[in-house]
Ligand binder design. Structure first.
Ligand code: PEP
Ligand code: MG
Length: 318
């Protein structure tokens, strides 16, 4: 039985009606990548690259970074997706070697891609380091906190420029995180210009509900199951699919078994989950029927509160 379970861990997650859902890992370094591979992850949907930059007095060099991206890519192999997210810090996570004035509202300030575009040398260095790992896995590069098409055009220009300079000819997909409500609402416009979306429900919830994601008193209300958030996820998927682009979810909701039938029903193509939850998520996907999930999603998207959503979804899990 144990052997059968282990063998199943390495099979793709396919629903009863034959739809493959890619189940990949959120990682914070090489150890997570290796552990993910052991647990049957089909790749990496989110490398949080911040670990390379934090708790040090100078910026990591291109060579230093590139070695780590290459090690991770090699741990995955050329058949697996490796989505690297560029540096996502801001006023709430200061870097000693970057001048960052204190902000009254750091979550609404110069963070994520905004900071990287304000510090182009930092971004160019990271993009080059990431691109150098391209031969060793199916590389994709993803930008956090995207709010405007101008940002998309600028980061794409930078990736294209560095790719040409390095002489890299492999396909490297360029995607964005959908974490800002405006981006979800305009998903169709964004989908024309990017290769994929990955929905960061942690930040999307914070910005949609106007609730600090770490606020102790609001923890319960800052719920990704709020129908306001779920309808934005739905808009994102609709917009992407209209232009033939794929959509992942890499926020905490993708590791929550209760949310999986709903995300599948909405049409999410990839779930990027915390490493230990991967075998259970793959097993759960195999018990589901996509057509039934679609009916469920249509129903749930009409509900008015997170409590109603949770009550409806809890009928499905034991
Ligand atoms: C998110 O916001 O949902 C996300 C995956 O990014 P992070 O948690 O690193 O902000
Ligand atoms: Mg985020």
């Amino acid at each position: 039985k144990r052997e059968a379970e282990l063998a199943a861990a390495f099979q793709p997650a396919v629903t009863k009606d034959g739809v493959h859902v890619e189940v990949v890992a959120n990682i914070g370094g090489l150890d997570d990548a290796e552990q993910g591979v052991k647990l049957g992850s089909e790749g990496v949907g989110l490398l949080r690259s911040e670990f390379l930059y934090l708790e040090r007095t100078d910026a990591p060099t291109e060579d230093e970074q590139s070695q780590i991206y290459i090690d991770i890519a090699k741990a995955l192999g050329t058949d697996k997706t490796f989505v690297v997210r560029t540096l996502d810090v801001g006023g709430d996570k200061p870097l000693p070697y970057l001048p960052m004035p204190a902000e009254e509202n750091p979550f609404l300030g110069v963070r994520g891609v905004r900071l990287c575009l304000a510090e182009p040398e930092l971004l160019h260095t990271q993009v080059r380091a990431v691109l150098r790992s391209a031969p060793f896995s199916k590389l994709a590069i993803m930008f956090p906190m995207i709010t405007s098409l101008e940002e998309v055009r600028e980061v794409k220009r930078i990736v294209a420029e560095e790719k040409a300079a390095l002489g890299i000819t492999q396909e490297v997909q360029v995607g964005i995180m959908v974490e800002v409500p405006a981006t979800a609402v305009l998903a169709e416009q964004f989908a024309r210009e990017v290769d994929f979306f990955s929905i960061g429900t942690n930040d999307l919830t914070q910005y949609t509900l106007a609730m600090d994601r770490g606020h102790p008193k609001l923890a319960k209300q800052a719920d990704a199951m709020h129908p306001g958030v779920l309808n934005l996820i739905n808009m994102t998927v609709q917009g992407a699919h209209k232009h033939g682009k794929w959509v992942g979810v890499c926020g905490g909701i993708a590791s929550d078994p209760m949310a999986i039938p709903l995300l599948l029903g909405i049409g999410v193509d990839e779930l990027s989950a915390s490493v230990p939850t991967i075998p259970a998520i793959k097993a759960l996907v195999r018990t589901l029927d996509k057509a039934e999930c679609q009916k469920l999603a249509t129903e749930v998207l009409q509900l008015g509160t997170a409590a109603e959503v949770r009550a409806r979804l809890s009928q499905l899990v034991d």
